[in-house]
Ligand binder design. Sequence first.
Ligand SMILES: [Zn+2]
Length: 183
Amino acid sequence: MKYEREIAAREEKIARLLSSVPLPVEGLTPEERDERFMRAALVLARAAAEEGEVPVGCVITRGCEIVSADYNGREALRSALWHAEAAAVAKACERLGGWRLPDTTLYVTLEPCPMCAGAIWNARIPRVVVGTKDARAGAFGSVLNLNSYPLNYRSEVTFGVCADESRALLGAFFRARRNRTEN
Ligand SMILES: [Zn+2]
């Protein structure tokens, strides 16, 4: 595979970043659990920003466990398909051994685009938790709503978990990029 070394280094980095994040344990309320997992996704979104990528991070969980995680890698891996969610879905299928991902929840800091919403639908992920909405490309209600079409499966979508942090991260990234192009 092309970029094999980059992908291996990336996996190590993701594991290292996640090992520093307090993850949920049994006994937390569902809201507390959502917030903890979203904070893990935010750590990955910050890593994306540091690498010059649009800051989006994603973790897929089952119970109290993270099954897979990734962040936007379009620039680093030179691929239009390397969005945080699409990459995390591919890895979760590999790790759980099938194309269906029952009993999982996908946490993502920014509303999924049409491609990633399609990946979520294809993997039949029952629940999606979103940080902030994406007025430019969001496919769970902002630009289009995949859940409004007569498809054979719908994920339950929760918005607004750690939305301010996610928005702040995206705002800072785009401001810095604008300043760079203006100077
Ligand atoms: Zn996407």
